[in-house]
Design a protein around this ligand. Structure first.
Ligand code: DAH
Length: 343
């Protein structure tokens, strides 16, 4: 008996508990009610009464050794487990993750200002598709078939073959005028901002995609004087109160009469500089009175209604405003550029 106790004591001391599985094996083998220690206690009653106190004491020591070992192992495993799970996959020496705040694109900033000025004057906002029908981009706007005016705008055709139903990338925002007139009854007062596309040689000054903002006002007795007053008010708010305007006669198939509008160069104040090519003027838009044919094409009676329209490029204003010297920078989405326009 004494010998068995000593052997078990030795075994218990040498038992290695390194993982939960070892712990469980140890417990099942030695300390549970049907384990080896309990079995030895069971044999105590058949021990010679004279030896009982000594054997009993040895058994108690054995049990204490086993219990102590179990407790120690439980604590040790619990602590290594919790620290290893909280550290799992985390390298505390790594630098923190940086979050970048998005910012408004400079084109959107300028467009936003333009929209605000016109909405304060009572203009709503209309949009149309960038993939447009040939008929809306040209025919309905009074471009006769095969008329050289179509060559003013180098077109990206998407399909070709059926004149009028061809699909193209719109070359200007004017087809949105058509869509609005087909859709709404006058009075109409909208601006139509958006992207337009032209198959032009790409350079720092021109790109195959750019932005325009179109305006359309149709009501009773709208005159060219109304158009001038609106453009004046816009230009003062956009380019400064000292700005002067110049209306030059021009031609667009969809307006009659037509004009191009220049503002005094807001970089040199009209004295003449590199940007305005020493002229003192910068062209900002085309405009005119909506052609009666366009109204008729859209089901509006030109005897009853009249209106004006204008269309301006947005990108050049962005370039001048922020002193950006290459239009392509506006379309490359280079974060090094865009981050400079953060809030
Ligand atoms: N659509 C013309 C262009 O892209 C600009 C334009 C001129 C628009 C006169 C108009 C307008 O509405 O009346 O060159």
């Amino acid at each position: 008996m004494e010998e068995s106790i000593r052997r078990l004591q030795q075994e218990i001391v040498e038992f290695e508990i390194q993982a939960q599985a070892d712990l469980e094996a140890f417990r099942l083998k030695y300390t549970v009610r049907k384990g080896l220690i309990a079995a030895l206690f069971g044999q105590l009653k058949s021990v010679d009464p004279a030896d009982k106190p000594r054997i009993g004491q040895l058994l108690n020591q054995l049990k204490q050794t086993a219990d102590a070992k179990l407790t120690e192992a439980e604590e040790r495993l619990a602590s290594t487990e919790s620290s290893s799970s909280s550290n799992k996959g985390i390298d505390l020496t790594l630098p923190g993750r940086r979050y970048f705040t998005g910012s408004e694109h400079p084109v959107q900033k300028v467009l936003g200002e333009m929209k605000q000025i016109f909405s304060a004057m009572g203009f709503g906002i209309a949009t149309g598709p960038e993939l447009e029908l040939d008929s809306y981009n040209f025919d309905m706007l009074n471009f006769p078939p095969d008329h050289p005016a179509r060559d003013m705008q180098d077109t990206f055709f998407v399909t070709s073959g059926n004149p009028g139903s061809d699909v193209l990338l719109r070359t200007h925002t004017s087809p949105v005028q058509v869509r609005v007139m087909l859709d709404q009854k006058p009075p109409i007062r909208v601006i139509c901002p958006g992207k337009v596309y032209r198959n032009e040689a790409i350079s720092s000054r021109s790109y195959c995609v750019f932005h325009q903002l179109e305006g359309l006002y149709i009501d009773k007795k709208v005159s060219f004087a109304d158009l001038k007053a609106t453009i004046y008010s816009f230009a003062k708010q956009m380019f400064g109160t000292d700005v002067k305007l110049r209306f030059r006669p021009s031609f667009f198939p969809f307006t009659e009469p037509s004009a191009e509008v220049d503002v005094t160069c807001y970089l040199c104040g009209g004295k003449g500089c590199k940007v305005c090519k020493k002229s003192g003027w910068l062209e900002i838009m085309g405009c005119g009175m909506v052609h009666p044919n366009v109204m008729r094409n859209c089901g509006i009676d030109p005897e009853e209604w009249s209106g004006y329209a204008f269309g301006m490029g947005v990108d050049r204003t962005v370039l001048l405003r922020y002193k950006i010297d290459d239009i392509r920078l506006l379309f490359e989405n280079d974060l090094r550029m865009l981050r400079q326009f953060g809030a």
